[in-house]
Design a protein around this ligand. Structure first.
Ligand code: HSE
Length: 428
């Protein structure tokens, strides 16, 4: 680092990398006026040197050797926007060990190997900043680690996957089927050709692990997260949700009970239409934080896309450069291993939709199963008559284990033709 010039090495020049280089060029003067820092992109590592890119880089800046960028004495700070676990993990560990601050947008890496990287940053006394790894442009990690550092956070509930929120919004507002909404998401470039990571909740799960780590100051990894995706959500579920006053959303939930245990899960949930998260549409993300003193907060914005994500990376980069100049760093503190609350022990409200026979005594038999497992019914209504009869329940708080046992026993009853869906209710 020479004077106020901070030399930046960028690993990866795809959508986000190219947007970042453009943004640094456009905002350089304003950043220097505001912070006294002059950001200079000196090296950029790419997989393919000959590919046409959205940004022009001077001769000598591009290389296909990422290690060369990390080890270059003319690089002060490393920005990693290449994605994937390896080689990113090894490269970032090398950078941190060499005392170079790192800014990364890599949720997969942090959710699986964050513990090792945070320790390396702590040992080296350098920044490892990752605002862009969760909910793209939304400032979330910094508010959690700084503004809310003294807060007793109870729960963080997020819509952190734009693809699935787009699909559910299309199903909810246009009456689209899951398949048609997914195809549209693929055509618009939101969903990958293999959409598994988004629609089955893996992407949101990685983000939930990172949120839990920062919110509760304990090591939570992707493997700790219970997840269910949205591929089983039907148009019928959405129609019933509307009739009862709910929207269906894919939620990432991280919560800490009074016993200190952390529950972390991703699943579709029914959210009352009056809850702020129910109003989050299309590919937008939002994160709802509940804490003892702060009450309720919601942060909303773009969760993906080149420029929005690059904006979050740039904010981190300016912080890391400023900290380097001041010879300080942002510490996550000591991260002990989290004690995870298994899904069976988590408590919440449930929605249950059953197809039943329509004759005297059926409700008595069905409600007897709920009672046997200590599940209290908050509301029940019958829809349709004869062969089309259904009973639709919303329960009071119950444990997941009790609900699963109720579900099992209901399926054994002769009077229950099918349990067509069971979904958690959040925010009621
Ligand atoms: N695929 C993610 C989404 C963005 O749909 O929100 C990257 O995490």
């Amino acid at each position: 680092m020479k004077g106020s010039v901070v030399r930046v090495g960028v690993l990866g020049c795809g959508n986000v990398g190219a947007a970042l280089v453009t943004l640094i060029g456009e905002r350089a003067e304003a950043i220097e006026v505001r912070t006294g820092l002059s950001l200079e992109v000196t090296r950029v590592a790419v997989r393919n040197l000959t590919r046409e890119r959205a940004v022009k880089l001077p001769e000598g800046v591009l290389t296909h050797d990422a290690a060369e960028v990390v080890n270059d004495p003319d690089v002060d700070v490393i920005v990693e926007v290449m994605g994937g676990v390896e080689p990113a993990r090894g490269l970032l560990l090398d950078a941190l060990k060499a005392g170079k601050p790192v800014v990364t947008a890599n949720k997969e890496l942090l959710a699986n190997f964050g513990v090792e990287l945070f320790a390396a940053a702590e040992d080296g006394g350098v920044d490892l900043l990752f605002e862009a790894a969760v909910a793209g442009a939304i400032p979330l990690i910094r508010p959690l680690r700084e503004s809310l550092a003294g807060e007793r956070i109870r729960r963080v509930t997020g819509i952190v996957n734009g693809t699935t929120n787009f699909i559910l919004t299309r199903m909810s507002t246009m009456g689209a089927s899951y398949g048609d909404a997914l195809t549209e998401a693929q055509t618009l470039g939101y969903a990958e050709r293999d959409p598994t990571a988004d629609v089955e909740g893996y992407d949101a799960g990685a983000k939930a692990a990172i949120i839990a780590t920062v919110a509760f100051g304990a090591q939570v990894v992707a493997g700790d997260v219970y997840h269910e995706g949205i591929s089983g959500v039907s148009s019928e579920d959405i129609a019933f949700a509307h009739r009862l006053g709910y929207e269906i959303k894919l939620l990432a939930v991280a919560e800490q009970g009074d016993d200190g245990r952390i529950g972390v899960r991703v699943h579709p949930a029914m959210v009352p239409v009056t809850h702020p998260l129910a109003t989050v549409r299309d590919s937008f993300n939002a994160v709802f934080v509940e804490g003892d003193s702060v009450g309720e907060l919601m942060l909303y914005g773009r969760g993906a896309g080149g420029m929005p994500t690059a904006s979050a990376v740039l904010g981190d980069l300016i912080d890391a450069a400023g900290n380097l100049r001041k010879k300080t760093f942002a510490s996550l503190g000591h991260l002990g291993r989290a004690e995870i609350c298994p899904i069976d022990e988590m408590r919440g409200q449930y929605y249950l939709n059953t197809e039943v026979s329509d004759r005297p005594g059926v409700l008595h038999e069905v409600s007897g199963v709920f009672a046997r497992h200590d599940v209290s019914i908050q509301s029940m209504e019958q829809e349709g008559l004869g062969d089309k009869a259904r009973l639709i329940f919303i329960t009071h708080d119950a444990s997941e284990a009790s609900m699963q046992a109720t579900l099992h026993d209901l399926r054994e009853l002769d009077v229950v033709r099918a349990v067509t869906s069971m979904m958690r209710v959040i925010g009621a």
